[in-house]
Design a protein around this ligand. Structure first.
Ligand code: UD1
Length: 432
């Protein structure tokens, strides 16, 4: 099948060249959240019409809009605004040509099931950061009364309306979202226990409730979805991207500078900001801004990733760069995905001292022959996934000499104007 609906991403260059050791100083605005915008877009088959603002210009967002247009949506994505009429959607299988491009495509299973009583969605692709099964999604659908057929490259889910209760064995973000979509038009009520409580889940709940859904949250981790007959047109502003904000703060500290990010939600970053303080950085927080500054040598810390409100896996690769600059060792353990350490091989090539044992790494700064701290050295490095790409760019900015970072297609999945923002703050990065 040929994809005929391709919208256009403005960033296409695959490589950047970085002149290292330029400190970053200044203030930048946080982009709209990728991980909020994607599940809002996946919910759209349930709505008649939408205007979403503060939508970041990312390749993953373009693919989601393309899928919606393939299903029959009409409208535009331009200048941060997605404006779509979804009244004439038809239920078509979403083939692997689409779904191979991003993991979030699997979220259409739930929204097509909720809207049409059937969803047929190709196996999802996305960043290779470890095994990413969909068993919690499919077991949830089945427990609530759907039939699931996973064969011939597709998951096909059918039902006459979900009802009942399901306890997620672990609080998967995607499974929580998929089960919410599928339950919106329930003939009765669905209760989901042990749901994910990431800010992006509450954003989706607020969005759907603004459109007329009836979803309530009970502490500590339960959602009740009472079925409604229809949703209404809605206008909604996507919340700020907590991961982009953190990445920019790390870039400031790593380069021995000071970066302030505005239009963000500091309360979404409690654990990662605490880690920056524990490493010896200065962190100041306002209502909607955060400023992080380098104020002296960094100390090693212990970080273990986990479900919100624990330290997010999506910030793990960025903090590893600060660990590679600290004079005392850090221990970094990745508990959410089982293959998210490939960037550490590149960091080691730049001189950092890194020992990996399964999902745990001991990381400290580069050393000379006598074991004294020294700078990392610029290198030609590759990116293997989205957060890894941003982290390698930060590594290049702190290293001596020139670093080339390749495979920027991963960067464009999640960062809108990353290179432009860094250059504005004082970096010397050029596209090749
Ligand atoms: C979302 C985020 C991603 C983030 C991740 C964890 C989006 C678009 N992506 O991904 O950036 O890194 O949350 O915070 O919002 N799991 C199963 N079975 C399932 C589903 C998940 O075992 O059916 C496991 C996964 O292998 C992983 C863990 O649960 O170990 C977390 O995955 P999940 O929360 O589902 O992540 P995503 O929704 O894919």
């Amino acid at each position: 099948m040929t994809i005929k609906y391709m919208s256009v991403l403005t960033k296409t260059k695959e490589t950047v060249i970085i002149s290292g050791q330029t400190p970053l100083f200044g203030t930048v605005t946080t982009q709209g959240s990728k991980n909020s915008a994607l599940p809002l877009l996946a919910a759209l088959p349930l709505l008649p019409e939408v205007e979403l603002t503060n939508v970041p210009d990312l390749s993953d967002i373009h693919v989601m809009v393309d899928i919606l247009k393939y299903l029959g949506a009409t409208g535009t994505f331009s200048e941060g605004v997605v404006k779509l009429d979804l009244r004439n959607l038809i239920n078509r299988p979403i083939s692997v040509e689409f779904t191979d491009q991003l993991r979030a495509s699997s979220l259409f299973m739930g929204s097509l099931l909720g809207k049409f009583g059937e969803g047929r969605v190709g196996m999802p692709g996305g960043c290779v950061i470890g095994s990413r099964p969909l068993d919690i999604h499919t077991n949830g659908f089945k427990t609530l009364g759907a039939e699931v057929d996973s064969g011939a490259g597709y998951h096909t889910v059918t039902s006459n309306g979900l009802e009942g209760q399901f306890t997620l064995p672990l609080p998967s973000v995607g499974a929580t979202q998929n089960l919410i979509y599928a339950s919106i038009f329930s003939p009765g009520e669905v209760k989901l226990h042990n749901i994910a409580i990431e800010p992006e889940i509450f954003e989706l709940v607020n969005f759907l409730n603004a459109a007329g859904a009836n979803i309530t949250f009970e502490m500590p981790k339960t959602l009740t979805i009472r079925g409604v007959k229809r949703l209404n047109p809605v206008q909604f502003k996507v919340q700020p991207d907590r991961i982009e904000a953190f990445t920019l703060l790390v870039a400031g500290i790593a380069t021995k500078g000071s970066v302030k990010v505005t239009h963000c939600c500091p309360e979404h970053l409690t654990a990662p900001l605490q880690s920056l303080v524990d490493m010896g950085a200065k962190v100041e927080i306002g209502d909607d801004w955060i400023e992080a500054s380098y104020v002296g040598p960094l100390k090693g810390i212990t970080v273990e990733t986990g479900f919100y409100p624990a330290f997010p896996t999506d910030c793990q690769q960025q903090i590893s760069i600060l660990m590679a600059l600290a004079e005392t060792p850090s221990i970094l353990t990745e508990k959410v995905f089982n293959s998210r350490f490939r960037h550490l091989d590149e960091l080691r090539n730049m001189g950092a001292e890194i020992k990996v044992n399964d999902n745990s790494a001991v990381i400290k700064c580069a050393e000379d022959a006598e074991g004294k701290p020294k700078n990392m050295i610029g290198y030609k490095v590759d990116s293997y996934d989205l957060r890894g790409a941003a982290s390698m760019i930060i590594a290049g900015m702190v290293s001596e000499g020139v670093t080339t970072v390749q495979s920027l297609r991963y960067l464009y999945r999640g960062y809108e104007d990353f290179i432009e923002k860094l250059n504005y703050l004082g970096a010397e990065i050029s596209y090749k």
